[in-house]
Design a protein around this ligand. Structure first.
Ligand code: PBG
Length: 333
């Protein structure tokens, strides 16, 4: 054949392919979500193989290990016993709660580690909803927006006082970014960042996470605040609002099912984009690999690389420690 263009020339060897590679994936792009619980024991999470509910004492040592592996940011989630839950979720801003204690312990052990915290009420209230619930006599219920935003500000301040670097509201209430920014600034926490869950969809892929925390909604669903998976333009509206309200970074969640949304937001904003590779996305690969049907390493790396290619600057993933090990053995970029 008489071809002047042979794209395969650019794929002819590993060295040449590496020169052409458009997207990189390194441990520094990863944020590791971690679960912290009361007591002195660590327990493996059945619904998230490879993940652990850490006690405060041991999470700090684990963070030292993670930092040495190149993972420089963790995101903390509280595991709350039923006895500490109430309708208002008041445990969320208890300065003696597991999250503020874990922040302080991690900061004491590894001051360079960037500590992010999840802000939402679902692990803390009796309903498993991200906000404050009003129940009506006829059985209807409503998630109250403005009352919830007040509670989220208290929770964010509690985390900032304990030393959090980044506050990450995952609740999808309206106006919470501006309110949290004002609350943080009013106490002088002008350097504490906000990573807003901008386009968080009402996804069925959060199931294993809710199992890990025991935080599944006791009734109903989250569709009056999390976004309809059918919508993309709505994500642009949320992004514009979050940027105007002072968010430092925007998040799309889930990740691999919403690559189009990541790409769209990347073009629509100058803010950095995070993507959350959620529990169900992680578990699909783990489960298929455990059955011998998929190769875990190559499927996980391809998934995360795709999220980066779509435009995510950073990725929250349960695979972070494992991926850091794989990349140390054989870097992708
Ligand atoms: C709750 C929250 C959820 C996740 C992160 N924060 C679950 C939900 O909204 O029901 C999901 C994470 C995952 O599935 O990995 N505020």
């Amino acid at each position: 054949m008489n071809l002047s263009n042979r794209p395969r020339r650019n794929r002819k060897s590993a060295a040449v392919r590496n020169l052409m590679r458009e997207t990189s994936l390194t441990a520094s792009h990863l944020i590791y979500p971690m679960f912290v619980q009361e007591g002195t024991h660590n327990t493996p999470i059945e619904s998230l193989p490879g993940c652990t509910r850490w006690c405060v004492a041991d999470i700090a040592a684990e963070c030292e290990r993670l930092y040495a592996m190149g993972i420089a940011c963790v995101d903390l989630f509280a595991v709350v016993p039923e006895t500490k839950k109430d309708p208002a979720g008041t445990e969320a801003w208890n300065p003696e709660g597991v999250v503020p204690r874990a922040i302080a312990a991690i900061k004491a052990a590894v001051p360079q580690m960037c500590v992010m915290t999840d802000v939402a009420l679902d692990p803390f209230n009796t309903y498993g909803q991200d906000g404050i619930v009003r129940e009506y006599d006829n059985g209807d219920y409503e998630i109250l927006n403005d009352e919830t935003v007040d509670a989220l500000c208290r929770q964010a301040l509690c985390h900032a006082r304990a030393g959090a670097d980044i506050i990450s509201p995952s609740d999808m209430m309206d106006g919470r970014v501006a309110a949290i920014r004002a609350a943080l600034d009013s106490e002088g926490f002008t350097k504490v960042s906000i990573l807003s869950y901008t386009a968080k969809y009402a996804s069925a892929f959060y199931g294993p996470f809710r199992g890990a925390l025991g935080s599944a909604p006791k009734f109903g669903d989250k569709k009056t605040y999390q976004m309809d998976p059918a919508n993309k333009r709505e994500a642009l509206r949320e992004a514009a609002l979050d940027a105007a309200e002072g968010a430092d970074m925007l998040m799309v969640k889930p990740a691999t099912l919403y690559l189009d949304v990541i790409a769209e937001l990347k073009h629509a904003t100058h803010l950095p984009i995070a993507a959350y590779h959620v529990s169900g996305e992680y578990l699909m690969i783990k489960a298929a690999a455990a059955s011998g049907w998929l190769d875990e390493r190559s499927c996980m790396l391809e998934s995360l690389l795709s999220i980066r290619r779509a435009g995510a600057d950073m990725i929250l993933t349960y695979a972070a420690p494992q991926v850091a090990e794989w990349l140390a053995e054989n870097p992708l970029n």
